[in-house]
Design a protein around this ligand. Structure first.
Ligand SMILES: C[S@@+](CC[C@H](N)C(=O)[O-])C[C@H]1O[C@@H](n2cnc3c(N)ncnc32)[C@H](O)[C@@H]1O
Length: 480
C-alpha cells in the first residue's frame, strides 16, 4: 500500500487517503471506519442468514406499498434493512434521494425511519403513487368518502363516457367504460385533492384489472375478441373492493409515517416529476446523505414499459390531480417510455468512445456486440449514455462521501449479457466514488414483471445491490 496523500480534516480528525495495491482508493480515519463497519454489517447479515438478501418469503408488500402494482418495484424490507444498517454506522445520516423513485418504496421506508426524502421520476403516475404514499390519511375520513362515492355512482344514471382517446374502444368494453365514467365523476366530486388522489390510485388499480389489456405483461397486450366478450367484469364492485383494501393499507401507512415524524419532527418529503438526467438549478437542489435507487434495467421499450403500463390509468385520472401531468405525455402509448432512460436512440453510438474510456466493462460488452444487429448496439449504448448523464446530474445532489445503494438488474441483448452492475461501478469510480460491497440476490418467483419476452432481450432473475461511497467533495471528477 503506497501513500497517496494526506488530506482533509473531518470531525477534527485528520484522514489519510491511500491507494490500495489493486488501485482502489481507501481511507484511514473515521470515513474508512464507517465504510468498513457498513461492509461488515452487510456481510454479517448473509453469514447469519444464508440468502438473507433474497428476502424469499419476506417480501410481502404491506402498508401503502401494496396500493398499486407498479412494475419492477423494490423489496421494501430489503431497502429498510439497508437503511437501518447505514443509520447504525453513520448516525449523521438524515436524508435520502431516489432519482428513479417509481412507486415510492424508498420514500416510505426512509420516512418511516425518520429520514427526509427527495424523489423524482419522469412518469407522473409514479409520482402520484409516491405522493399518496407520503400522506398520513385518516382512515375514517376515507371510509366515509368511499361510501359517498358508492352512493354517487348508484345515483348516476348517465351512460356518457367521460374520456375520449385514440383506441379507447379497443382497450375498454362499453359497459366497463360507462362504469369507469361514473367512478370518475364520483371521485371528481370530492372536495379535497389529497383524498381524490387516494381514490384515483384505487381507480388506476381497477383499470389495470378491468381493461382489455392482459395483466400478465406490463406491455399493452389485448385479450382476444372472444376473451373480451366473455370476461366477467364488475367494474364498480372491483373498485369498491380495491378501495376498501387500500384504506386498510393506508391505515398502516399512516402509522409508519407517524413513527417517522415522532423520530424526526422536522423531516421533509418531496416527490416530483423530473428527469434524472437534468441537474436542477442550485436553489432547487437539496443535498442528501444517502442515494438509494433502482434505475430501469434497460431501455423502457424492450425491458419494462413503465409508460405503457401507466397509459390507460392516466387517461381516466383528472390531470389536475396528477403531479407534473402534461397532455403530450399521453400523445401515444410510447410517449412516456420514449422520454425515459434509453428511450432516444438517435446519435447514441457517438457516445461510445467516451463511455469506453470511462468503463472497461462497457467497452468489453460493446466488443461482444460487434457483428450483432446494429440495433442491439444502439440500444445498449443509448441506455448507458443516459445512465452516465444521470450520474452527472445525481452527484451534485449528494453530500461529500454520500452512501449509495444502487439496485440493478442485468439483461441479455442479442444473446450478450450487459454487465450493468460493473458498468455503473466503473462510471462511479471514474468520478471518484469508492466501492463498498456488492450484494447479489435471487428474485423469488423469477424475473420481475417485464415487457413480453422477445427474441432480442432477455432479463435475468437475479439482481444486485451495488453499495458505494460517493466522491469526496475535493475529488469530484468531471467523469471525462
Ligand atoms: C425500477 S423502476 C423504480 C421502481 C421503484 N424503486 C419502486 O420500488 O417502485 C425505475 C423507474 O425509473 C423511472 N425512469 C426512467 N427514466 C427516467 C428518467 N430519465 N428520470 C427519472 N426517472 C426515470 C421509470 O419511470 C421507473 O419508475
Amino acid at each position: 500500500m503506497s501513500r497517496l496523500s494526506v488530506a482533509n480534516v473531518s470531525g477534527g480528525r485528520t484522514q489519510e487517503r491511500f491507494r490500495l495495491a489493486d488501485g482502489r482508493q481507501h481511507t484511514s480515519g473515521p470515513l474508512a471506519e464507517t465504510t468498513d463497519a457498513l461492509a461488515s454489517r452487510l456481510r454479517q447479515r448473509a453469514e447469519l442468514t444464508p440468502e438473507f438478501w433474497s428476502f424469499s418469503g419476506r417480501s410481502r408488500r404491506e402498508g401503502g406499498h401494496g396500493i398499486f402494482a407498479y412494475p419492477a418495484m423494490m423489496v421494501p424490507q430489503l431497502q429498510g434493512a439497508l437503511l437501518e444498517d447505514v443509520q447504525a454506522v453513520d448516525p449523521t445520516v438524515s436524508s435520502v434521494f431516489d432519482p428513479f423513485m417509481g412507486s415510492g418504496t424508498v420514500m416510505l421506508e426512509s420516512v418511516s425511519r425518520g429520514l427526509s426524502f427527495y424523489g423524482t421520476d419522469v412518469n407522473p403516475l409514479a409520482v402520484l403513487l409516491a405522493t399518496v404514499k407520503s400522506n398520513a390519511y385518516d382512515p375514517e375520513q376515507l371510509t366515509h368518502v368511499r361510501q359517498k362515492i358508492a352512493v354517487r355512482v348508484t345515483e348516476d344514471i348517465s351512460s356518457q363516457i367521460a374520456v375520449d382517446f385514440t383506441n379507447r374502444d379497443k382497450w375498454f368494453r362499453t359497459d366497463v367504460a360507462v362504469d369507469l365514467s361514473k367512478l370518475k365523476r364520483a371521485i371528481s366530486a370530492e372536495r379535497r385533492k389529497s383524498v381524490r388522489q387516494a381514490f384515483w390510485v384505487a381507480l388506476a388499480e381497477t383499470i389495470r384489472l378491468v381493461s382489455n389489456s392482459r395483466t400478465s405483461t406490463v406491455k399493452l397486450h389485448s385479450y382476444s375478441p372472444e376473451e373480451i366478450v366473455s370476461r366477467q367484469i364488475d367494474t364498480i364492485d372491483t373498485f369498491l373492493r380495491i378501495s376498501a383494501s387500500q384504506i386498510e393499507q393506508l391505515k398502516d401507512q399512516a402509522e409508519a409515517l407517524s413513527q417517522g415524524f415522532d423520530r424526526n419532527p422536522d423531516l421533509t418529503i418531496s416527490c416530483t416529476v423530473a428527469d434524472a438526467r437534468i441537474v436542477p438549478a442550485a436553489k432547487y437542489r437539496a443535498t442528501a446523505d444517502v442515494l438509494m435507487t433502482s434505475p430501469p434495467y434497460g431501455d423502457n421499450v424492450t425491458t419494462v414499459t413503465y409508460g405503457q403500463h401507466s397509459y390507460l390509468p392516466l387517461q381516466w385520472i383528472d390531470p389536475r390531480d396528477v403531479p407534473g401531468m402534461k397532455g403530450e405525455l399521453l400523445e401515444n402509448t410510447h410517449s412516456i417510455d420514449s422520454i425515459s432512460l434509453g428511450g432516444r436512440l438517435k446519435g447514441s453510438l457517438e457516445s461510445a468512445d467516451d463511455l469506453c474510456s470511462k468503463s472497461p466493462a462497457f467497452a468489453h460488452c460493446l466488443d461482444q456486440l460487434q457483428g450483432r444487429p446494429r440495433n442491439a448496439q444502439t440500444r445498449m449504448v443509448a441506455f448507458v449514455r443516459d445512465l452516465d448523464v444521470s450520474i452527472d446530474a445525481i452527484l451534485p445532489r449528494l453530500r461529500s462521501d454520500a452512501w449509495m445503494f444502487w439496485t440493478l438488474g442485468e439483461r441479455k441483448i442479442s444473446g450478450v449479457r450487459v454487465p450493468t452492475v460493473s458498468i455503473v461501478r466503473d462510471l462511479l469510480v471514474t468520478r471518484g466514488a469508492r466501492h463498498v460491497e456488492t450484494l447479489d440476490r435471487k428474485i423469488p418467483g423469477g424475473a420481475k414483471r417485464m415487457a413480453a419476452r422477445n427474441a432480442s432481450v432477455e432479463t435475468m432473475n437475479t439482481e444486485s445491490i451495488l453499495v458505494m461511497r460517493g466522491p469526496h467533495n475535493a475529488d469530484r471528477g468531471s467523469g471525462s
